[in-house]
Design a protein around this ligand. Structure first.
Ligand SMILES: NC(=O)C1=CN([C@@H]2O[C@H](COP(=O)(O)OP(=O)(O)OC[C@H]3O[C@@H](n4cnc5c(N)ncnc54)[C@H](OP(=O)(O)O)[C@@H]3O)[C@@H](O)[C@H]2O)C=CC1
Ligand SMILES: O=C(O)CCC(=O)C(=O)O
Length: 525
């Protein structure tokens, strides 16, 4: 398919005159064809009005129809073939194997949400039958289910041009919930976005969806995104990106005459704890594996292990030697955009210039103008306690190791950390007592606790939480990966004493189409 640079407004291709913008090859910074249209204020209004018109139709479709739509999206993305991966490679600088895997994950997420809505558990159907002769007052008949919020704006993420972008997890979960989606495309990969949008539109046509169910709007420079977030037809926002961007959108959404939720996934340094017995048993192996996780994907993961905490001693020295050796052999890698590369370099310079921080090792010299060079830094627990600001995320292949004098100091460091997506414990049986001290603190701090692994690489499953307390996300009660992500785009409605004929099928007596709780007892569909 040749790229045209079109927008997709209510599933229709639209070209706009004006300067437009071009994608930039991540590896060289050079502009690449074609020119992409920038949406006008009217385009935003047309897309949101169409989404609002589509909402009651789309939300009322049988769950099976929506499931078929999601499965058709997966098929159409796969049918794009190599062209999709090749364009994404040029725009993002990410390697073929990674993007091929991401394409599989993107299609897999669509199919997982199709399964989820067929299962129907997400509706949380509950029935409390009436007790007309209850004393002193009769008890009414009450029935509850979850309903979709309305049109959702999704901001495509730069670092996952497929799995967190146009047809990524936010789009899959919002469409599954019954919400039309308007994507604000990321200007780092507009060609990839156009290809994926064309697949969604084909799937919508094939399965008879209302046109307003999907739009893709482009426009670098914040104004298009801001117009979408403040549009009264938009009822929720999904975002993955910088803390500055996420917080700006949260503020805009909160200041609307009718505020709406923003599910922003922002910054995280994902603390890793090297507990003493694990260090004693395998310091060298841990050091090497740590650097592999720090440098994976040029470190451009929100799950990157950006902070390591350990207690001083000879085993920690063994770990540091192995990690330093691995980092010194780590090749530089192309970063996603010249801007992200520049931000990485200034983040590394900030760490390097702090008097309390020592550079342990750096990776091989950069081979290209936008290549990020890995780096490891260290500081003492006492210095960290004096200035915990050093834990701020540096997005790229760098990490800071905090050497604590003892467990008390390590616990003081933990108490100063901000909300995080993950925390990782490297432990052996002899470390369980320390782990038991840490676990309640970590449950308050993060969304996912791992043992003896590395936080990069998030499984898409029912039991996954990819979220965490602020500022790792805007709302720590939710996840953006896994089937529970659908909850972000739903709200409960209770029906009191409604005649049976007016009730949704899932809430009628005798129905067994979804799992329900009836008069306090779970039933299975
Ligand atoms: N922790 C994480 O998961 C990630 C963190 N980052 C961090 O973000 C930095 C920049 O990366 P990038 O991906 O561009 O992230 P940004 O947060 O800068 O941008 C993400 C999207 O949000 C839009 N946006 C940003 N700020 C605003 C605003 N104030 N109003 C309206 N729209 C806005 C951007 O629009 P526009 O088209 O105008 O740019 C873009 O579409 C990285 O260097 C890194 O530090 C990035 C990706 C993931
Ligand atoms: O590692 C993953 O699969 C997800 C990471 C993520 O959400 C991110 O880096 O923005």
């Amino acid at each position: 398919m040749s790229l045209t640079g079109d927008l997709f407004i209510a599933s229709k291709r639209v070209q706009r005159d004006g300067a437009g913008f071009k994608a930039v090859a991540a590896a060289t910074g050079a502009e690449i064809e074609p020119r992409f249209s920038v949406a006008t204020v009217d385009d935003v209004a047309t897309a949101t009005a169409a989404a609002a018109a589509a909402f009651p139709i789309y939300a009322a479709l049988p769950r099976e129809r929506r499931a078929e739509f999601l499965e058709a999206i997966a098929e159409e993305i796969e049918a794009l073939g190599d062209e999709l991966v090749e364009r994404a490679m040029v725009e993002s600088g990410l390697p073929k194997a990674r993007l091929t895997g991401e394409r599989g994950r993107t299609a897999g997420q669509m199919r997982l949400f199709a399964k989820e809505i067929r299962l129907g558990e997400y509706l949380r159907a509950r029935i409390d039958h009436a007790i007309p002769d209850r004393q002193p007052a009769p008890k009414p008949d009450l029935r509850l289910r979850m309903v979709p919020l309305g049109p959702v704006t999704v901001f495509g993420a730069s670092n996952f041009p497929l799995a967190f972008s146009v047809a990524g997890g936010d789009t899959a979960s919002a469409l599954a919930a019954g919400c039309p989606v308007i994507v604000k495309g990321h200007s780092a990969h507009p060609g990839t976005a156009e290809l994926v949008a064309s697949a969604i539109v084909k799937a919508a046509e094939r399965t008879g969806m209302p046109e307003g169910v999907f739009s893709l709007i482009n426009g670098p420079g914040n104004s298009v995104g801001q117009a979408l977030v403040t549009d009264p037809q938009i009822k929720a926002v999904g975002f993955t990106g910088s803390r500055g961007g996420g917080v700006a959108l949260m503020k805009l959404a909160a200041a609307r005459p009718v505020p709406i939720p923003v599910y922003a996934e922002m910054s995280s340094v994902n603390p890793v704890f090297l507990l003493p017995e694990a260090l004693k048993a395998r310091a060298e192996a841990l050091g090497t594996a740590y650097v592999a996780s720090v440098t994976m994907g040029a470190g451009q993961f929100c799950t990157n292990p950006g902070l390591v905490l350990a207690i001083n001693g000879p085993d920690l020295e063994r770990f540091l030697s192995a990690a330093s050796a691995a980092m010194m052999g780590a090749p530089s890698q192309t970063m996603l955009t010249p801007g992200i590369h520049k931000a990485y370099e200034s983040g590394v310079a900030r760490l390097a210039s702090a008097s309390s921080i020592t550079k342990l090792a750096e990776g091989l010299a950069p081979e290209g103008p936008t290549n990020g060079q890995g780096a490891l830094f260290t500081m003492t627990g006492a210095d960290f306690i004096a200035d915990p600001g050093h834990a701020e995320e540096v997005f790229g292949a760098t990490s800071l190791l905090v050497r604590c004098a003892d467990l008390d100091e390590l616990l003081k460091v933990v108490a100063l950390l901000e909300g995080q997506l993950t925390a990782t414990l490297h432990l052996d049986a002899g470390d369980h007592a320390v782990a038991q001290t840490l676990l309640p603190l970590l449950e308050n701090l993060v969304g996912r606790i791992l043992a003896n692994g590395w936080p990069t690489g998030v499984e898409v499953t029912d039991a996954m939480v990819h979220g965490g307390p602020y500022p790792s996300t805007a709302d720590g009660r939710s996840t953006s990966v896994g089937t529970l992500a659908i909850d972000r785009f739903l709200r409960p409605v209770s029906y009191q004493d409604l005649p049976e004929a007016l009730l949704p099928a899932e809430l009628r007596d005798g129905e067994t189409i979804v799992p329900r709780r009836v008069d306090g007892k779970p039933t299975v569909a």
